[in-house]
Design a protein around this ligand. Structure first.
Ligand code: EPZ
Length: 431
C-alpha cells in the first residue's frame, strides 16, 4: 500500500505552477467525439482521471497519442460505437459526459452509470430532463447502464431545477449539433463550463452565454478538429494558496487566472493572509495565526465546495470559532473525523461544521476519503507538528499532478512510501 509520509511544521515558500483543470479536461476529452476529426489539446494535466478517460476513449476507437508531456492528439474519426461498458466508467464521475457526447454524435448512447467521489447522493435527474427536452428517451437498465435514444434531437428550452455543472455540460454536448436553438436556463457558471463552450466554439459550434446562467446553443451541422489549451485548475491553485497560508508561508502560485480565485482570495484575506494578484499568478503570505471566518459553499462565483475541506482544515488553526456551511453536497464532512484524530476541534451537525480553532494540529495516521478530503489531509499534515501518514492516496492522484514534487519544491517534507499490505505482512510472517 502506498502512503504519503509527511513531517509537518515546514513553512511553504517559493513558486509552484498550476496544471490544466481536471474538471475542464474531463469534459473536453469526451467532447472531441463530436468533432469526428483530429483535435490537439494542450495543458493536459497528468492525473489518473485523465489516464482513465483516455483509456475509455481508446476502447471506443479513438486514436490518441501524446505529442509531448502535456499535449494530446485525439482522432475521433473512427469512434464507431455508442456503447461504453468499460469497467473504468464506473470509477469516474465524468464518464457521464460520454452520454452527452455520444448522443450529440450518434443520437444514442448506452453508458455504464458513473462513479466518482462519494459526497452523498449524486442524482442525474437534471441530465435526464435535459436529454428528454431535446427529444431523447432515457431508460435506466437493470445492469446499471443508462440508455438514451432519439429519433431526431431538436433544440429546446431546458430549465435546470438545481444548478448542476454536470447537467449543464451534458446538455451542451447533446445540443451542439441538434438543429434549432437550445436555451439552458439556471445553468452552472463554473470556469470549466466556459472552457468547454470555448472549446466547442473553436470546433465550429455556436454556444453563447457560457459563464452566465443562460446558455444559448444554436445547433450546427458539422464540427471540425482544432487546437485548444485547457485553462489552469482553479481548485489546484486554491489548494496551494490555502496550504501556503496554513503553514504560514509565502508562495507564488503561477499559471492561474486570478479572477477564478476571487472567492478563495477574499476568504484568505478575511482570515488575515496577504494575497497579491498578478496577471497570471497570485502570491499568498501569512505570518501569524489565522483569524476565524465563516464560509458557505455555493455554485460559482460563490465559494467552491471543492475548496471546502481544505479551507476548513485551515480554519482548524484559526483563533476563535468559524462556521462552515456546505450547501452543494449532502455528505462532504467525512474528512473531519481524520482532523479530529490530529487534535482539531471540529464538529459537524448535518451540513454545518463548527470549528473552534486550536494552536496546532498533531501528526497522525490519517486517510484520504476522497479527492478534496485528501487535499485537506495534505494541508493538515504539513501544518501539523510531527509525522503523518496518509492512506488511500489514489484519491489525491485523481486530481493533483505531481503533488509530491510540487510540495517538495515549496519545502515540504513529503514522500511517497510503499508499505506492505497487512495481509502480505501476515503471509510473510507465516512463511
Ligand atoms: C461537479 O460535479 C464536479 N465534478 C465536482 O467536483 C464539484 O463538486 C461539483 O461539480 C460542484 O461544483 C466534475 O466536474 C467532474 P453538480 P457534478 O451536478 O457535476 C445536485 C471534485 O472534487 N444534482 O454540479 O456531479 C447534486 O446532488 C469534484 O473535483 C441534482 O440534484 O455536480 C448536488 O447537490 C467532486 N440532480 C448539486 O446538484 C442532477 O441531475 C450540484 O451537483 C445533478 C446534480
Amino acid at each position: 500500500m502506498e502512503k504519503f509520509v509527511i513531517t509537518g511544521g515546514q513553512r511553504l515558500t517559493g513558486e509552484v505552477s498550476v496544471s490544466g483543470a481536471k474538471n475542464a479536461v474531463v469534459a473536453i476529452l469526451p467532447a472531441t467525439i463530436l468533432a469526428q476529426d483530429i483535435c490537439r489539446i494542450e495543458n493536459i494535466p497528468n492525473i489518473s482521471d485523465v489516464t482513465a478517460m483516455v483509456k475509455i476513449l481508446k476502447t471506443m476507437g479513438a486514436g490518441i497519442k501524446y505529442i509531448n508531456k502535456t499535449t494530446l492528439e485525439i482522432d475521433t474519426r473512427h469512434v464507431g460505437s455508442f456503447v461504453v461498458e468499460h469497467e473504468l466508467t464506473r470509477q469516474l464521475r465524468a464518464s457521464y459526459y460520454l452520454i452527452g457526447a455520444l448522443i450529440g454524435r450518434f443520437s444514442r448512447a448506452r453508458v455504464a452509470m458513473p462513479g466518482g467521489c462519494y459526497l452523498g447522493l449524486r442524482p442525474i435527474d437534471q441530465h435526464i430532463k435535459g436529454f428528454e427536452a431535446l427529444g431523447a428517451q432515457v431508460t435506466m437498465e437493470e445492469n446499471a447502464m443508462v440508455h438514451v435514444e432519439a429519433q431526431h434531437l431538436m433544440g429546446n428550452s431546458v430549465y435546470l431545477d438545481v444548478v448542476s455543472v454536470g447537467a449543464t455540460i451534458n446538455v451542451m454536448l447533446a445540443a451542439v449539433k441538434a438543429p434549432g436553438l437550445t436555451v439552458i436556463e439556471n445553468a452552472a457558471k463554473e470556469p470549466h463550463i466556459v472552457d468547454l463552450a470555448n472549446f466547442l466554439n473553436t470546433m465550429g459550434a455556436d454556444v453563447r452565454g457560457a459563464g452566465t446562467d443562460v446558455i444559448k446553443i444554436r445547433g450546427v451541422q458539422n464540427l471540425h478538429g482544432c487546437e485548444y489549451s485547457i485553462i489552469p485548475d482553479q481548485i489546484e491553485a486554491g489548494t496551494y494558496m490555502v496550504a501556503a497560508a496554513a503553514t504560514r508561508g509565502d508562495v507564488l502560485v503561477k499559471n492561474v487566472i486570478p479572477k477564478h480565485l476571487e472567492s478563495i482570495t477574499a476568504k484568505l484575506i478575511e482570515a488575515g493572509a496577504t494575497v497579491e494578484e498578478f496577471d497570471e499568478a497570485v502570491r499568498v503570505k501569512m505570518d501569524r495565526r489565522p483569524g476565524h471566518c465563516n464560509i458557505k459553499t455555493m455554485p460559482h462565483p460563490g465559494f467552491p465546495t471543492d475548496m471546502q475541506p481544505q479551507f476548513s482544515t485551515f480554519l482548524c488553526l484559526a483563533e476563535g470559532t468559524s462556521i462552515v456551511s456546505e450547501s452543494v453536497w449532502d455528505n462532504r464532512f467525512r474528512y473531519t473525523e481524520q482532523l479530529q484524530r490530529m487534535g482539531a476541534n471540529i464538529h459537524v451537525n448535518g451540513k454545518t461544521a463548527v470549528i473552534e480553532g486550536v494552536e496546532r494540529l498533531k501528526g497522525a495516521p490519517i486517510r484520504a476519503d476522497d479527492l478534496r478530503a485528501g487535499a485537506a489531509m495534505l494541508i493538515a499534515a504539513m501544518s501539523a507538528s510531527g509525522i503523518s501518514e496518509i492512506e488511500e492516496i489514489q484519491h489525491i492522484e485523481r486530481g493533483y499532478e505531481n503533488v509530491v514534487d510540487k510540495f517538495r519544491t515549496l519545502g515540504a517534507k513529503i514522500e511517497r512510501r510503499n508499505f506492505p499490505d497487512e495481509d502480505e505482512d501476515v503471509q510473510r510472517t507465516a512463511g
